[in-house]
Write a protein that binds this ligand. Sequence first.
Ligand SMILES: C[S@@+](CC[C@H](N)C(=O)[O-])C[C@H]1O[C@@H](n2cnc3c(N)ncnc32)[C@H](O)[C@@H]1O
Ligand code: FES
Length: 451
Amino acid sequence: MEPFRFHLFVCTQQKPEGVPSCPASGSFAVLEALDHAIQERNLDQDLQLTTCGCMGLCDEGPMMVVYPEGVWYRRVKPADVPEIVDTHMRAGKPVDRLVWNDAPAMQAMAVEHTEKFRAAMAAREKAGTLPDRLDQMSRGYMPSRCLLTALELDIFTAVGAGANAERIGAKINANPRAAGLLLNALVSLGLLSKTGDEYRNTPESARFFTQGSKDNHRNGLLHIANIWHRWSTLTDAVRVGTRIPIDRDRTPEWTRSFIAAMQGNAGERAPLVVKALGTAGVRRILDLGGGSGAYSIAFAKASPDLQCEILDLPEVVPLAADYVSKAGVSAQVKLRPGDMLHDNFGSGYDLVMLNAICHMFSEEQNQDIFRRARQALAPHGRLAVQDFILNPDKTGPQQAALFSLNMLVSTDSGASYSEAEYSRWMKAAGFSEVQRINLPGPSALILGRAS
Ligand SMILES: C[S@@+](CC[C@H](N)C(=O)[O-])C[C@H]1O[C@@H](n2cnc3c(N)ncnc32)[C@H](O)[C@@H]1O
Ligand code: FES
């Protein structure tokens, strides 16, 4: 018994540029059109849409197979999709003009493809060619740097409703030839389109990268551009063992982008944390290094009886105050400028939060914060740490392991830590019932109760 009436497989096997492949002939657009058509017709219960790897019929792509019948479609275009869905999936009749059922020819092509592929791999192996995965990893910064430069120059806003390289270059005060090179690269990355000599934003770029769009993430992404300069010091930081000072840090613009980036990350996660921790028995919260205030705001919105206090650096407090006021919870969320490494935390809190904080500090500093947090809690109050949590051998998850380097280049002695480390520090500080709560996404909560 099939769980779905139809199971559609669309090949999305990426291949090096210039090699025939289904993505090169448009399989991602077909996939999108299928998803759209399925949703539009409320067919989610009947159809399962899945991507798949190469079927060896790349010259005839985009390839798509429909099971359980085993109908193979070739050279599918987005414009064919409504007909395929209506005629085949709804009326049960395959679209003959797109069906490929010449089994001997298909088998011959697939076998030839496999043989060629194996021969090419063997030749590369023999010649000692650098594997594609390693080659791509070594150049991985190029697309990233293109996007970051485009954001630094606010090029997507300058593209506006469409313009040529000369006009765009003039708007961003850039050399027209170089602006043209960057614009073409952005087209190659799918961030712009080009018709004649006119460039246009894709719907995605217009939505996420242009001034005036309510979903503009440019400010937060400029923080990634700022960290890019820090990552360029990684080699020296590894040699020396700590961050290398650079002159771009901690300007007011730097702080604004940093806090916007924190808000971008935390805005989505905060309601999940509120749900995981609950508000039962929680009246007073201390939000150490609260950043934009996203977590305090989410708690305040979840319970009108709750009071939160954000302790953050003096230059961050006015930015947090703005987010808190825009969220309409200023009466419930107070702001305290200070330094969590040295200030007294106060007392009587039901919950102390350390969201994305511990990675900034050394083991000793975190242990000291945990001890002082324990003293600031009311009996049976809780300490909640949210962070990337490393596996016991600290080699993964990848995001946590890479983030440790982000902290090496950005802080004096920060790093990602493992569950065992957090648990040990909490127990040493007098917490019991230490537990881990996994959240959707890359971070998790470690929770301890003041016994
Ligand atoms: C990575 S951000 C996390 C912000 C927020 N908790 C969140 O998850 O969105 C770290 C925060 O700690 C603050 N911070 C760093 N050092 C601090 C210190 N010594 N005392 C108080 N706050 C500090 C930063 O200003 C920043 O707001
Ligand atoms: S890439 Fe799709 S069949 Fe080979």
